[in-house]
Design a protein around this ligand. Structure first.
Ligand code: 3PG
Length: 403
């Protein structure tokens, strides 16, 4: 793969696929700008070389046509602040106007294209659409690791139009390096912390990890399916009814492979799914009817934190509770603090998987206190499952045979 450092962008227009799929509030303000900040070094390198940048991204999941709430125009000001240069905007990502704006770009200038997913051809991986995108640059850069698991026109197809000028951005490179690090050489003990709502989203990655980790911590919504399968009462807590046998099989596999599994021993429960609901603490598997578990309990926090603090390699994906409710964020915060402590004070390597656990670490101001915070959610999980990512494969450059 050609890296950004190996490429001289002077006088070139770089068509850069970024993942600016960032969360916006009702006033269209960005609530977590991690993905934008992550893209800055690649953009600055291109501009610094004397190149121009054409940015393309998706935002949300529009239904194949324009939708105000998914317009990338909401990102113009934050991008100008991040890159410290004016950002021009093309109201369509393809077509005559986009071509004209892109061809008029001078070195040092930046053009942002409207949401790629306003055209259904993007997600279809349509070749004709990819060709139209390819007209907007002289060189293609993919820095969108978060979308690398999608075989879309802008991630997997457009690269074909730049056989000798397709470049792997800094974010993409760093993500692959960090993910490889936990898949290949690791210092032990290696602990994976898995949380979040659904076991079905993480089962494939958990199965892969059983061959690598020493400890597997399971918290968050998915832990209630384990508790129920083991004969506990979980009230109205999250349950994947049809995945109960799977959790038992997983526990058995872990035992066979000598992996130590840690499940919550107590739970913070609530009488409604509300930050201000009445709450209580009970032992796991003893949740009364009409109550639901929304966070790990104090004893679990202590146990999990102890395991994490004694680890030398840590992979964390998914919160321990409903951390967007401050009253039920205590467990997630305790884990974040233990990961930071292990990293800063005990020399552990820590990779925080994207999505909610990354948001939790960032919101707590700890993004620089861990080894790496991934910008990928699904992409990181698929990579960890051992799948090849279409966006990464597309960047392979064919070697010219020696004559
Ligand atoms: C993400 O946020 O995981 C990526 O931007 C991919 O988004 P998608 O799941 O809508 O394809």
């Amino acid at each position: 793969m050609i890296t950004v450092d190996q490429y001289d962008f002077q006088g070139k227009r770089a068509l850069v696929r970024v993942d600016f799929n960032v969360p916006l509030n009702n006033d269209f303000e960005i609530t977590d700008d991690t993905r934008i900040r992550a893209a800055v070094p690649t953009i600055k390198k291109i501009l610094g070389d004397g190149g121009a940048v054409v940015l393309m991204s998706h935002l949300g999941r529009p239904k194949g046509g324009p939708e105000e709430k998914y317009s990338l125009k909401h990102l113009i000001k934050p991008l100008e602040a991040a890159f410290q240069v004016p950002v021009q905007f093309s109201p369509d990502c393809v077509g005559a106007e986009a071509v004209e704006l892109a061809s008029n770009l001078k070195p040092g200038e930046v053009l942002l294209l409207e949401n790629l997913r306003f055209h259904k051809e993007e997600e279809q991986g349509n070749q004709n659409f990819a060709e139209k995108l390819s007209l907007l640059g002289d060189v293609y850069v993919n820095d969108a690791f978060g979308t690398a698991h999608r075989a879309h026109a802008s991630t997997a197809i457009v690269a074909d139009y730049f056989p000798h000028d397709k470049v792997c951005g800094y974010v993409m490179q760093a993500e692959l390096d960090n993910a490889k690090r936990v898949l290949t050489y690791v210092d032990r003990p290696f602990t994976a912390i898995m949380g979040g709502a659904k076991i079905s989203d993480k089962i494939l990655v958990i199965e892969q990890l059983l061959d690598r980790v020493d400890n597997l911590i399971i918290g968050g919504g998915m832990s209630y399916t384990f508790a129920k399968a083991q004969g506990g009462s979980i009230g109205n807590s999250l349950l994947e009814e049809d995945k109960q046998q799977l959790t038992l099989d997983l526990l058995k596999k872990a035992e066979e492979k000598g992996v130590k599994i840690y499940l919550p021993v107590d739970s913070v429960i609530a009488d409604a799914f509300d930050n201000n609901a009445h709450s209580d603490v009970v032992e796991s598997g003893t949740i009364p009817n009409d109550w639901m578990g929304l966070d790990i309990g104090p004893e679990t926090r202590k146990q999990f934190a102890e395991v994490v603090r004694n680890s030398k390699t840590i992979l964390w994906n998914g919160p321990m509770g409903v951390f967007e409710f401050p009253n039920f964020a205590v467990g997630t915060k305790a884990i974040a603090e233990a990961v930071v402590d292990a990293t800063k004070n005990h020399g552990a390597y820590s990779l925080i998987g994207g999505g909610d656990s990354a948001a939790a670490v960032t919101q707590m101001g700890h993004a620089h206190d861990v080894s790496y915070v991934s910008t990928g959610g699904g992409a990181l999980l698929e990579y960890m499952e051992g799948k090849e990512l279409p966006g990464v494969i597309a960047l392979q450059v064919e070697e010219t045979p020696l004559t």
